[in-house]
Design a protein around this ligand. Structure first.
Ligand code: GN1
Ligand code: MG
Length: 352
């Protein structure tokens, strides 16, 4: 840690350091140095093979916004003493640091629809403010990250080559997931549809990636390592996946998994507040689908990892990723039960 902090001109003896957040991939700390607070993250290089691409995107976006939309609140990374956006320590890894925004706070669990609305609005605003940027100039920090076709193939591959005992024991869940593969077919159609725009997409829209001010208004979005070209269904869908249900993907009591209509409405309204004039009619007809898309993909990813002996997400107890997969499958079923009311009913923003 001494070396890392020195890279930012800080001294370990003058800092209070504590772990922060509950992300599964990168390691995060809060660093207090006198009156200043920082968020420090170590990039997981098993996942992000080219950490430099993250730094490149951050700088590119920062420069674009400074020129085009200077009023937009963007949390720029702290530069290292040698002026770099990311700190590389040979033999150890890559770090990046952000100022902790004074007067801001984050929340771990969505507790009221208004928070969902504010968050959705911030993720919409982020994409909108970057809509003039040529997305193809961004680097791909995680190749095929939200490619559902590939995720489905990886799932089939794990059925063939994964842990045979686990495959056998998961038969019922595997069968159910296969039965939902029309969600993959719909994604294939989206890939072919010119009315679906590739946009600057955040790809990790959980509530803890939004900062709120003292009046609980959304301030900005953070954690930009997966910002890259993508479809709006990734961002809206991950909000549905993580805000609609009162319990998280960790919940083992599946009877607690429900879909809250008022949160659905808040996500759609908050996102459209900013993106109304950006989205095409074809895109607007896919709000409901976006939830199916992300929940299904996460169920596949957790089950695939379970079948592959937890090599990606790790496991805190035996069968952890199997529980997570079943949790997400339950959520998918609860969402599908509300299709009529959510997709075609009073909350409809679709062209149906
Ligand atoms: C990972 O690290 P975290 O929690 O922000 C994963 C997401 C999953 C999420 C599920 C790079 O995100 O895609 O939705 O876990 N990020 C990566 O909890 O794989
Ligand atoms: Mg993240």
């Amino acid at each position: 840690m001494d070396k890392v902090l020195a890279g930012y001109g800080l001294k370990e003896v003058h800092c209070a350091i504590r772990p922060y957040g509950s992300g599964l991939i990168n390691y995060t700390w809060v660093i207090c140095s006198g009156d200043n607070e920082f968020i420090l993250q170590k990039v997981n290089q098993n996942v992000f093979r080219e950490p430099e691409a993250i730094a490149w995107n951050l700088e590119f976006i920062d420069n674009y916004l400074a020129q085009q939309n200077a009023e937009y609140f963007f949390v720029s990374p702290v530069k290292t003493v040698s002026g770099e956006t990311m700190l590389h320590i040979e033999g150890d890894g890559y770090y990046r640091m952000f100022p902790f925004v004074k007067g801001s706070h984050s929340v771990d669990v969505v507790e009221e629809p208004q928070q969902a609305y504010e968050a959705a609005r911030q993720f919409g605003l982020f994409t909108k403010k970057l809509s003039g940027l040529n997305v193809d100039e961004l680097k791909i920090t995680l190749p095929s990250f939200h490619d559902l076709v590939l995720r489905y193939e990886q799932f089939l591959e794990a059925l063939e080559n994964g842990n045979g005992q686990r495959v056998a024991a998961a038969g019922a869940v595997i069968g159910e997931l296969k039965a939902h593969s029309a969600i993959v077919d719909r994604f294939r159609e989206i890939l072919e549809n010119p009315d679906f725009k590739r946009r600057v997409t955040h790809h990790d829209t959980k509530i803890s990636n939004v900062l709120f001010d003292e009046a609980n208004k959304g301030l900005c979005v953070i954690d930009l390592d997966t910002v890259m070209p993508g479809y709006f269904i990734s961002d809206v869908g991950d909000m549905m996946r993580t805000y609609l249900c009162p319990v998280s993907e960790e919940e083992k009591d599946f009877s607690k998994i429900t879909v809250r209509e008022d949160y659905y409405k808040a996500i759609v309204n908050g996102y459209l507040e900013e993106m109304q004039d950006e989205l095409t009619p074809a895109e607007k007809a896919h709000f409901f689908y976006s939830g199916l898309f992300m929940i299904y993909m996460q169920a596949l990813r957790f089950l695939t990892d379970h079948l592959n002996d937890d090599r990606y997400y790790g496991a805190k107890y035996e069968g952890h990723n199997f529980v997570r997969a079943q949790n997400q499958l339950t959520l998918l079923n609860r969402l599908l039960e509300k299709r009529k009311i959510l997709e075609y009913g009073i909350f409809s923003h679709s062209s149906h």
